[in-house]
Design a protein around this ligand. Structure first.
Ligand SMILES: [Zn+2]
Length: 319
């Protein structure tokens, strides 16, 4: 999940987002005077930046991890416990940057991404509750915070060390890498891409759990509707079925045929510059029988032999 904070008293405003982990949800955030926006309001001006919270206005807020740090560009990992930098996890996360920017043909961002790793869930929950009391409980967050004096945004990921660390970090860092170069990502596409890249490259973007659930539900409780997804601005509208559908649209665009991938890559380039409008009409122009082709793609995905060994619901929880 992703969220943008405005740490300025000159209120203009502004959409912010917050990405939560374990609920890959993007919170559309409207600050004061943003009338008519149906996004989740977090009263950011009273919350302000977490640095300020720790400094005085929120004396109960503990400090984020800072005792140990190491850098694997563009990430800076910070923790209060020692972490073996040579773990395969970190090498994989370094490659994630090249994978995301390379496959999406995006010029890499230069902003540092701060990754706060808490030793356990209790410490993580304690910090997040104190520093961001209005956020829902999630396993991890990506937060994009606008600096008071300009000069870009701070990109931060918060999570605790645990058995899901690899997938959670890949998911949240995908959000961070995307927002490093595209400030205003559509909610559905942000989550679709994070779901796509959260699995190791060996999985080729295939989330077996998603595939099994989508096949089971297709025509029963699930009807693909990209127009509907594209209209979603509020993270509360995006639940597990919407995450699965966003993933499948992303997988279809990335892997079904060159034209759909080109449409996606072109759209991302246009998002860097502004608001290109919806993507669905472009895809319909390429594929007049869009829903039929989409369904065909779902049933043509080849699952690994041991797919059913994958925990069925763990990856479908919004983050
Ligand atoms: Zn997410």
């Amino acid at each position: 999940m992703f969220f943008t904070l405005l740490s300025s008293l000159c209120i203009r405003v502004i959409r912010s987002f917050l990405l939560f982990s374990r609920c890959s949800v993007v919170l559309g955030l409207a600050l004061l005077f943003s009338l008519g926006c149906n996004s989740f309001s977090l009263h950011l001006l009273s919350r302000d930046k977490h640095e300020k919270a720790t400094a005085g206005s929120h004396p109960a807020a503990p400090a984020p991890p800072s005792r140990y740090s190491f850098r694997i560009p563009p990430y800076v990992f910070l923790s209060d416990f020692e972490i073996d930098h040579d773990k395969p996890l970190f090498g994989e996360l370094a490659k994630l940057r090249d994978q995301v920017y390379g496959e999406l043909r995006l010029t890499p961002g230069r902003a540092a991404i701060l990754v706060y790793l808490f030793e356990n869930k209790d410490r993580y929950d304690e910090y997040m509750h104190a520093a961001y009391p209005n956020l829902p409980a999630r396993r991890a967050f990506f937060i994009q915070q606008q600096r008071a004096l300009g000069g870009g945004d701070d990109l931060m990921v918060y999570t605790s060390w645990g058995e899901r660390i690899q997938q959670d970090l890949r998911h949240e860092l995908t959000h961070a890498l995307l927002h490093s170069v595209i400030r205003d990502m559509p909610l559905w596409l942000d989550e679709g891409l994070a779901e796509y890249f959260e699995l190791p490259p060996s999985e080729h973007g295939i989330n077996a759990s998603h595939v099994e659930t989508l096949r089971r539900d297709f025509g029963v409780t699930f009807q693909p509707d990209l127009d509907r997804l594209e209209k979603m601005k509020d993270v509360n509208e995006m639940k597990s079925p919407e995450y699965r559908e966003a993933w499948l649209w992303t997988h279809w665009m990335m892997q079904s045929r060159p034209e759909t991938k080109t449409a996606l890559l072109t759209y991302l380039q246009e998002l860097r510059k502004g608001h290109p409008g919806p993507l669905a009409p472009r895809l319909t122009a390429i594929c007049p029988n869009l829903k039929d082709e989409f369904q065909k793609h779902l049933y043509q995905i080849e699952l690994p032999i041991n797919a059913r060994a994958v925990p069925p619901s763990s990856s479908s929880v919004p983050r």
